[in-house]
Design a protein around this ligand. Structure first.
Ligand code: NAD
Ligand code: DAU
Length: 373
């Protein structure tokens, strides 16, 4: 039996991971630590029960982290908590340094102290692990003909978000080299799936379509991302937690490179197909283009590019496949259709977010369209 601390468990990937872990590891205890920033949602998590505990708190608080680690006798930390949105990091980088860099260090330091105490009294009866969830963005932008990044590819982050994640990754490695803290790292490509905050490309565009708004594609839509279904990411994290070696980094991705325009067109077609198959949707989402017989692609609209917009990410996951036996299972078109279905079926979840002042303020600042909200 393991006792997990999951930081950022109310966010997109964290909530999917908590759900996955509770389903597949019923014997384990899970403690979620989350500061409930704009990106955190209690409603993304199942109701609390004796198997898992909710704690609202900030990873920057080292003493609070220490207390929780002791109180819950945590042996496994899965660190998702971060400021994660590139566009927000361009608007205000400071918080990214505070949470992603200082917060990661506060957590590492708490773990070093608490786990170090029992090491003095002999070997811990349970194996321990600090797993840090990172991103492919730390490797920087690839040219069209470059090979996909491997674990040994040098870091070259370009956005304040990517730079803060890179700094955190270096700290995690340093705690392994210096203190022999049993860490693992994973660098994953773009995730999509349920409970994705409707500010990132795929969920934003789904809710925009359902509300009849335009789809603001940055630049010419030629930037390439390597999309992975969040459940495949959770399986990859499980493989690393159960079979990964301390001190190692694993890249997680599914060799699924698409331009943004290809993703958006696929999404439009998936929405149109869902409406064609279910006439009731046209009554319920009367502003959506297919409700008026108009193709969703008509809403694609090219807007000013993101500053420093990385052209291409592509990840080589062969180490994770070869050494830990992981492989992705969700095919992209099916995963996209299932994601559209999830947003159609969970209107209450996303409408609650759309009603928040913080969300509306962000959309107004980023897209300059307050009148349409
Ligand atoms: P998210 O923004 O949806 O969720 C982040 C969560 O962290 C939220 O619940 C938020 O409340 C919480 N949080 C923020 N600051 C905190 C703090 N100081 N203390 C405690 N909790 C705090 O992010 P996500 O998309 O789920 O990403 C999770 C992790 O995975 C991040 O570390 C991110 O860098 C990484 N990642 C994300 C993707 C992706 O495509 N979304 C891909 C690769 C890696
Ligand atoms: O690559 C992994 C990263 O993927 C994670 O580390 C980040 O936490 C996660 O947010 C994601 O970053 P991106 O910047 O790639 O995701 P986002 O959904 O913001 O954008 C995806 C692409 O779509 C990107 O090229 C920018 C573009 N885009 C995005 C938005 C929100 C648009 O064209 N229009 C938009 O309105």
């Amino acid at each position: 039996m393991s006792r997990l601390l999951v930081t950022g468990g109310a966010g997109f990937i964290g909530a999917n991971f908590v759900r996955y872990w509770l389903e597949h590891h019923p014997e384990d205890r899970v403690v979620v630590l989350d500061a409930l920033t704009y990106a955190g949602n209690r409603s993304s998590l199942p109701p609390e029960d004796e198997r898992w505990r909710w704690v609202e708190g900030d990873v920057v608080d080292r003493a609070g982290n220490e207390q929780l680690l002791r109180e819950e006798e945590i042996d496994t930390v899965v660190h998702f908590a971060a400021e994660s949105h590139v566009d927000r990091s361009i608007e205000s980088p400071q918080r990214f340094v505070e949470v992603n860099v200082v917060g990661t260090n506060a957590l590492l330091e708490a773990v070093r102290r608490v786990w170090g105490e029992s090491e003095e009294g002999g070997l811990s009866p349970t194996p321990r692990r600090f797993h840090h969830v990172s991103t492919d963005e730390v490797y920087g932008s690839l040219g069209p003909a470059d090979p996909p990044v491997r674990e040994a590819t040098p870091y070259a982050p370009n956005s304040p978000y990517a730079a803060s994640k890179a700094a955190a990754d270096h700290l995690v490695r340093a705690y392994f080299e210096t203190y022999r803290l049993p860490v693992t790292l994973s660098n994953c490509s773009n995730n999509y799936g349920p409970y994705h905050y409707p500010e990132k490309l795929i969920p934003l565009f789904i809710v925009n379509l359902l509300e009849g708004r335009e789809l603001p594609v940055y630049g010419a839509g030629i930037n390439v991302r390597d999309w992975l279904h969040v459940e495949d990411h959770c399986r990859g994290l499980e493989a690393i937690l159960l079979r990964g070696l301390p001190g190692e980094t694993y890249n997680v991705g599914s060799r699924n490179e698409r331009t943004n325009l290809e993703v958006v067109e696929g999404l439009c077609d998936a929405v149109d197909r869902a409406f064609a198959a279910e006439p009731e949707l046209s009554k319920h989402f009367a502003s959506a283009p297919p409700a008026a017989g108009v193709p969703s692609r008509s809403k694609i609209h090219f807007v000013k590019d993101r500053p420093g917009h990385d052209l291409r990410y592509a990840i080589d996951p062969s180490k994770l496949e070869r050494e830990l036996g992981w492989s992705p299972r969700v095919e992209f078109d099916e995963g996209l259709a299932a994601t559209v279905r999830w947003y159609l079926d969970h209107e209450r979840w996303w409408r609650e977010i759309l009603g928040r002042g913080g969300y509306r303020g962000w959309i107004a600042r980023q897209y300059g369209r307050p009148s349409e909200l």
